[in-house]
Every structure is written in structure tokens, then in C-alpha cells.
Design a protein around this ligand. Sequence first.
Ligand code: TXA
Ligand code: MG
Length: 337
Amino acid sequence: MSMILKVDPINPAAEVMKRAAEVIKKGGTVAFPTETVYGLGANCFDKSAVLRIFEIKRRPPDNPLIVHVSSLAQLDLLIDDNVERAEAIIEKFWPGPVTLIFKKKAEVPKEVTGGLETVAVRMPSHPVAKMLIDLSNVPIAAPSANLSGRPSPTNAQHVIEDLYGMVDVIIDAGETPLGLESTVIDLSRDRPTLLRPGPATVEEILRVVPDLYVPDFLFGKGQVERPLSPGMMYRHYAPNKPIILVLDENKLDIVLMKYPDAPIVCPEEMVQNFYGRRIINMGKLSKPYTIAQNLFRVLRSLDTLVADVAIVVGLPERGILFSVMNRLRKAASQVIE
Ligand code: TXA
Ligand code: MG
């Protein structure tokens, strides 16, 4: 059984949130909304609670978790690193959708960090996430609240589909506002390195971190140089049918002819180009944040469609759409460039 607690996303009721916080304090697991996606949380200092997260998600034990804090005092409990390099970025992006990687304190269990000497930390801005951490009074380790390999959950229904019966509490506060997992930046290296593009765009980060290194593999080019981030070795969001991602518009017609019954996932502005075909509208190119919000719902909906393959139209790799394309590349079984 999982207890489902419904709360208002802006003004969550403290009495209800206290019940969830009690579960965290006692070593249980709580799925909760953040501004990015829902997380599956536990007290980061409680090893057996952390191991339960890996068991519930069926996540490989070497793929580390993000620890969520609600204050800079809690950051101090976790990291043994020079925070000066992080000051500008923290000032600009926290609380918010940016995860930073630092050298960890010995007290942070290796179960949380997948055996690494570094720890990923994020201060979420969602009022429900903030209140849960405050009331639990501990940093909360939380990966996205999906089964490993499934798209991240952007509402409580997605969490229920994947984890009902296994997680102790599911807090339902509706849709997550951004819909895409946080931007991950490694600050433990000589040069700050982008490990996962997210809602805070490369262009925005470069304004505060001019020497940010953006590895080629984030564009799907070249090899992952070395496992910078263990999560990058795993294929993500793999739907139950092959996805063909078409980047070169000139090759679209050939792909469409080859798969006459395949549904097409495309931006609203292109819907009229595919008259007579099954279309899934991703949102407007003119409002690219809506495409980010819809992405994981669209990927989940592909699973329930009767079709052998799905065709996804590539998007310009700039701003938030660079982060969207990073997820689509991971979901695709074939990329046509
Ligand atoms: O928006 C988000 O980040 C959501 C919400 C719940 O906060 N969380 C999330 O967690 O997406 P998860 O576990 O699904 O993704 C965390 C990513 C993984 O790719 C993991 O490998 C990487 O961060 N990561 C965590 N700790 C790391 C570390 N010490 N070094 C390198 N990569 C790390
Ligand atoms: Mg995840």
C-alpha cells in the first residue's frame, strides 16, 4: 500500500506535509513533486532507506542520487569542497533546477553516491519539496520517481503507474511546472563541466560560468569520454517501441514513406504538414518551454499507442530545446542526421 496525500502546490497544508515528513524521519520513502519532475525521496544519511530507493526503482547501484537541501547550512553537512567557485551559480540559480556536484564529506553514505567521492546537490524551489525537507529536517536523497528506464514522472499519476505499492507515500500536487530534470554541472573538476542539460539553459549558465565545458556527447557526437556521470551510460526513457528521430528535414519524406502507419511526434507548427497521419503534438516551437513540459507525457503516451515504430521530428538544438533533444536522443533507437 502507498498512502496518497493530496496538497496544494503553492500552499501545501502543513498538517498533511508533517505526515510525509514523519515517514522520511522514520526511514521510509516519499514520492514528492519538485519544479522539474517528481522525486523518490529518503533521508540521505539513512543507508537502508537509501538502498530501498534503488530497490524500488530497480536502479543500478552505481548510478548516484541527487541530494535535495532547503538551506545552505544543509549543503555544509554534505560537501567538503571549495564553495567559492559555486557562489555565483548558487546566487543565480538556487533555489531552482540546477544540480551541482562537489567533493563529498565522509558522512555522506557511499550508497547515495554510487561509490563516488563526489555528491550531487540541489535546492529545489517547489514549495512542497521545500516544506518536506524543512519538516523532515534532513537533506533528502531523491532520484526521479520512475522505474529505471521509464520517462521521468511529471504528475502523481505517472508515479502511481510506476511505483504504487512500493513507495510509502505519494504526495500529489499536480503537474510539475518545468517537466524536465535539472541541469547537472560538475564543479568537482578543474573545469566546470555540464553533465546533463536541463531547464536552466547552457546560454544562461554561460553568463555566470564563462568557462563551462560542454562535452560533445551531449549533442550525441563522439564517445562519452569516460564515465563522467554514471547515469550517462544507461539508455533512458526507452519506450516499448522503436523511436526514429529525424534531424535532417530532407530525409523526413523517405522515412515517412518507409513507415506509412507510424505516428509522428512533431511541434504544433508542423502538424498541417502531415495531413492524414496520426499526429502527436509536442507543443509550440514559438513557446519552447511548453515542449519541455509535454515531453515525458508524450513519451509515456507512445507506449500505449498501437504502432510498430514512432517517428519524432528533430528540433533546433538551442536553449531549452537543446535539453529536450538530449532526452529525445536518449529515447531514440535510431537518429537520422
Ligand atoms: O530534476 C532532477 O534532477 C530530479 C528531481 C527529483 O530533483 N532528479 C533526477 O534524479 O533527475 P536522477 O537520479 O534521475 O538523475 C540524477 C543524475 C543521474 O544521471 C546521475 O548519474 C547524476 O545525476 N549524478 C548524481 N550524482 C552524481 C555524481 N556524484 N557525479 C556524477 N553524476 C552524478
Ligand atoms: Mg532519472
